[in-house]
Design a protein around this ligand. Structure first.
Ligand code: XMP
Length: 515
């Protein structure tokens, strides 16, 4: 297995993801935890130092234990990880004005070749696009190191000590903006002797082992929403700890048409999961009455969610853990890492607003995964393909698709319009091509004419996006015929809507949801 030592970069999880794509098993551990004893016990076949927000020029900045350099295994240092390696091994790093570089850059090769770069510089341009994000840079190489690639802002962009198989790069090969980054990881793991035989099946076993280790004999309640994430988490937990798990399905009254019945039936009858159907719609809708500010809505829903859980947890004797299907993108969009002040875009209720006083510990078995990986895991666990392929649905549900005040009337209209829209998408065979599709009901009434009469009803917006992980998205290019047909159906079939618009905003600058 491969060890990733995390120095706090925002993109450390992407390194793990790239390695999983190469079927290599890896674990991320924060640098504080990686001691000499830890290294001995872990016995990594290769080590990667992640990037990080600190400066190695600062006294007391994060370091790996020196023993890591004596393991005799390949090490790859990335960005901060490169600088750590250089300084630890006798090189020199400088910071301050004029040494920073952010964004796209191009590296060109030096005359010496290196296996790490097999497949690089091949497109005829003689250079490779990479993503830089650094404040300091290496000024003098450590003894034994040579330069294999340079960029205008980083004369030591790619360096290595070939004898010891230590590689150190200034850029981030794990991000999309380093298009050939995956090849670099591929070469690195090959050099370390990995054969790429690890699978999601192995991840499942490992996840089950970790859940058992974390939970012990305690009871767990799981927030089952019926979405792919919480469903996969619930089934995984059930496999790990059986009836120590109780699922609570909180019906906040903000679900889609027939959703509650479908979820309850599926998990009780087909999966035999112990499931409580908590119909708390009156409570949620009551508290949301008259509220129109998006963040306030989210906070109310998030807060109530936890309260409701607390209530059910209290009824389950010995419940110590709350399980959630939090994914990695939720984590990075919601929290700031390593004390760095990063902006909260939206407070996702599954991580944001969790009160410290809550008497339950969290178990989040999907915290390291991206959506598409969760689907693979769901498949591995035997969940039906139609279910795994379902579009994501946000925790706050229809509340964030109903900008402005939420009323039962609007929710009813929205449910009907959404059902027609999704039906249209399925009928046209487009469901699986689209990452997420839904209707938002707009807080505006417009004038229309139907038959011989004037109407004054709500307008709605259709949303459909393509995406890989929800972090960026593009609107789906429906044909005009499809849009026209769908608009006609919605207006004919849904009383209360007389105007349909299509949202053609990508993310960024928009978000996928309307609130
Ligand atoms: P945005 O609107 O932020 O959404 O571009 C990205 C993805 O996240 C979903 N989403 C949420 N999921 N709790 C969730 O579990 C939330 O509070 C939440 N807000 C947005 C959204 O549906 C999309 O898939």
């Amino acid at each position: 297995r491969l060890l990733i030592i995390d120095f706090g970069s925002q993109v450390t999880q992407l390194i793990a993801r790239r390695l999983r794509e190469l079927n290599v098993y890896c674990e991320i551990h924060p640098y504080q935890k990686v001691t000499d004893a830890f290294l001995k016990e872990f016995a990594p076949k290769a080590v990667i130092f992640s990037g990080g927000p600190d400066s190695v020029t600062r006294e007391g900045s994060p370091r790996p234990p020196k023993a890591v350099y004596d393991l005799g295994v390949p090490i790859l240092g990335i960005c901060y990880g490169q600088q750590v390696m250089m300084q630890d091994l006798g090189g020199r790093v400088v910071g301050g004005e004029g040494t920073s570089e952010f964004g796209r850059a191009y590296v060109t090769p030096e005359p010496d070749r290196i296996d790490l770069l097999q497949g690089w510089f091949m497109d005829g341009s003689g250079r490779e696009q990479v993503w830089m994000s650094h404040g300091d840079h290496v000024a003098d190489l450590a003894p034994g190191f040579k330069v294999f690639g340079t960029s205008p802002g980083a004369p030591y962009a790619i360096t290595a000590d070939l004898d010891r198989r230590f590689y150190a790069v200034q850029f981030h090969p794990e991000v999309h903006h380093t298009p050939n980054g995956k090849t670099l990881y591929e070469n690195f793991v090959k050099d370390a002797g990995f054969t790429g035989d690890w699978t999601m099946g192995a991840y499942r076993e490992e996840a089950i082992r970790k859940i058992r280790e974390q939970v012990g004999d305690a009871k767990v309640i799981c927030a089952l929403s019926g979405g792919v994430d919480s469903s996969v988490a619930a089934v995984l937990l059930h496999e790990a700890i059986g009836d120590q798990l109780t699922c609570v399905f909180v019906d906040h009254g903000l679900l889609r048409m027939n959703e509650a019945t479908e979820v309850v039936t599926m998990f009780r009858e087909h999966y035999n999961l112990p499931l409580i159907h908590a119909d708390e719609s009156a409570l949620f809708l009551g508290k949301l009455d008259g509220v129109s500010d998006p963040e306030t809505k989210r906070k109310i829903i998030g807060g109530l969610f936890i309260e409701v859980f607390q209530k059910y947890a209290d009824q389950i004797e010995g419940a110590e853990f709350l399980a959630q299907g939090t994914l990695y993108p939720d984590v990075i969009e919601s929290v700031s890492f390593s004390g760095g002040p990063s902006v909260t875009i939206k407070s996702h209720h599954n991580v944001g607003g969790l009160p410290e006083k809550m008497g339950l510990k969290l178990v989040e078995p999907l915290r390291e995964l991206f959506k598409d990986e969760v689907r693979v895991l769901g498949h591995e666990l035997g969940l039906p393909a139609s279910f795994i392929g379902r579009h994501p649905f946000p925790g706050p549900g229809l509340a964030i698709r109903c900008p402005g005040e939420i009323t039962r009337e609007k929710l009813e209209i929205l449910r009907k319009a959404d059902a027609v829209y999704i039906d249209q998408i399925r009928k046209h065979g487009l469901y699986d091509e689209i990452w997420q599709a839904f209707v938002a009901i707009l807080p505006v009434r417009t004038v229309g004419v139907m038959g011989d009469g004037r109407t004054y009803d709500f307008a709605c917006a259709l949303r459909a996006v393509t995406s890989v992980d929800g972090m960026t998205a593009d609107y789906y290019p429906f044909t005009h015929e499809f849009l026209g047909e769908t608009a006609t159906r919605i207006i004919n079939e849904v009383k209360g809507i007389n105007r349909v618009t299509y949202d053609v905003t990508s993310k960024p600058p928009g978000t996928i949801e309307w609130e």
